[in-house]
Design a protein around this ligand. Sequence first.
Ligand SMILES: O=C(CO)COP(=O)(O)O
Length: 138
Amino acid sequence: MNIALIAHDQKKQNLIDFVTAYKEIFNEHELYATGTTGKLLSKETGLSINRFQSGPLGGDQQIGSKIAEDAMDMIIFFRDPLTAQPHEPDVSALLRLCDVYKVPLATNEASAEILVRGLSSGWLDWRAIKDKRVRYDD
Ligand SMILES: O=C(CO)COP(=O)(O)O
């Protein structure tokens, strides 16, 4: 599965701790991240991570475009709900696309834990079904 990992600055350590805790599971998947998150995650966990631009420079939009191409299977995005982000429209757009394409999304540790445990239990195997996409062009 292709998994995107993203965290706002105040939540980066939370994401590092989370990914470290579930490293063995994450290690079995293709990982993607926005720029700074990916840099820190690979340094701190040793995992191999494909990096996009930093979030404020378009990274959220790049991940959104992967969702629209059916190339992302899960998004773990530890948002900071208490700090205004200059690129808030990009953040909203990414979350919206998760709903458009029914991509599993977790925005905090509690829901991320359920997704990751579900991933290792096969609950997300339906993602491999080719015709799962919501199509608006039929
Ligand atoms: O801002 C972000 C997500 O909206 C994250 O970007 P960075 O990983 O580059 O800090």
